[in-house]
Design a protein around this ligand. Structure first.
Ligand SMILES: NC(=O)C1=CN([C@@H]2O[C@H](COP(=O)(O)OP(=O)(O)OC[C@H]3O[C@@H](n4cnc5c(N)ncnc54)[C@H](O)[C@@H]3O)[C@@H](O)[C@H]2O)C=CC1
Ligand SMILES: [Mg+2]
Length: 341
């Protein structure tokens, strides 16, 4: 039956969206996979799989590079056979994307199965996400973050918060349903505003005690329920460093999986030239200070190793390009260096 679905879908979509772009066709294909379990089950047989083990992604080290292998459905079946498990396991996977040619990509957590058998069979290792995210090719980081975040969400939403009954995942893993209460649960992200405050010639960077030594970043904070981005930004700057924002500009956004899924909404904010005295909230921050252009340029050249000095002290360094704070800092430098002198 499902094979007919695929044929009908392909025929219909080729007619219906013959004139649509590849991107539109891809988004419509993904949406069909999320809405139609039979269609998704059939698509799994020609899909690829990224493996996780208790939320750690499987990586293969080739030379100095860390690769993120995708297993074909056939390889997936072979591994499951080796582990004496049924193909049914593949239905525990979640949809995380597809190729332009409509090859669906799934993420599957084999946490209940023997890790060493899989690692030796596939010649690689399951690696903590906090390391994996920064060693794979930077183009793979967002996919890795969203795959792990979706698997983590399913793991922490096994039961209905109203009835306590088990919830069921749909094939694509885009939602969970409690059949007792009829409630549908969708994966959530918490909105966070991250703001690079400037007074025109300096930018304000902060440290929390939990940060690696020497690392400074833009200040950030979760949006409270009911708050707009504007309100959260002004509140967080006032709360954390005691300054009033005069104007701000949206830059970009990023999904951030630590400690659980956040949607980072990155902005540049300007504070009034005369009110720049920082009054730091020491409950939240370990340090908050103004950085001039030269110091920022020096900090951008460092990482967590080169920051450490012979006397044990640490010179300032900033988050790597996988973090949206890096983009904010670079945009500020560009704006400073392109200002008419
Ligand atoms: N990708 C990047 O460049 C950066 C990402 N971040 C992320 O931004 C997030 C927020 O940063 P913070 O300054 O720690 O936030 P924050 O300034 O709001 O303080 C954290 C406090 O917010 C509350 N909280 C925790 N989870 C929450 C949630 N889901 N909704 C509402 N309130 C919550 C708790 O009381 C916690 O102590 C963190 O997850 C951090 O990992 C922070 C800086 C850079
Ligand atoms: Mg904060």
């Amino acid at each position: 039956m499902a094979a007919i679905y695929q044929a009908v879908y392909r025929r219909a979509s080729s007619l219906f969206c013959r004139f649509h772009s590849t991107y539109v066709k891809k988004m419509r294909y993904l949406n069909t996979l999320k809405e139609d379990d039979d269609f998704c089950r059939q698509a799994q047989t020609s899909g690829t799989f990224y493996l996780f083990h208790n939320l750690s992604p499987f990586l293969q080290k080739v030379g100095k590079k860390y690769l993120l292998p995708q297993l074909s459905a056939a390889e997936m079946k072979r591994i499951l056979e080796k582990l004496k498990e049924t193909e049914q396991w593949m239905e525990k996977s979640v949809l995380i994307g597809c190729s332009d040619e409509h090859v669906p990509h799934f993420a599957l957590d084999l946490g209940a199965l023997e890790k060493s058998v899989i690692e030796s069979e596939l010649q690689g290792s399951f690696t903590d996400l906090r390391k994996a995210l920064f060693v794979v090719d930077v183009k793979d980081s967002p996919l890795l973050a969203s795959a792990q975040a979706l698997l983590q969400w399913h793991e922490s939403h096994q039961y209905c918060s109203k009835t306590g009954q088990p919830t069921q995942k749909n094939l694509a893993g885009s939602k969970r349903v409690c059949h007792a209460s009829g409630i549908t649960y969708y994966p959530q992200m918490s909105p966070v505003v991250i703001t690079l405050v400037s007074d025109g010639s300096r930018c304000l960077l902060t440290r929390q005690s939990s940060f690696p030594q020497g690392m400074y970043t833009a200040l950030s904070g979760f949006c409270d329920l009911g708050e707009s981005v504007e309100e959260a930004l002004r509140r967080e700057v006032a709360e954390e460093v005691g300054l009033e924002v005069e104007s701000f500009q949206y830059s970009a956004s990023q999904h951030w999986p630590f400690p659980s899924s956040c949607l980072m909404i990155a902005c540049h904010a300007l504070v009034g030239g005369q009110q720049t005295e920082i009054s730091m909230n020491s409950l939240e921050l370990e340090e908050a200070r103004w950085f001039g252009l030269e110091e920022v340029l020096e900090g951008l050249k460092r990482d967590h190793t080169s920051s450490k000095q012979d006397d044990g002290s640490f010179l300032p360094w900033f988050p790597p390009k996988q973090a949206i704070a890096h983009k904010l800092i670079n945009e500020w430098v560009k704006q400073q260096t392109s200002r008419p002198t």
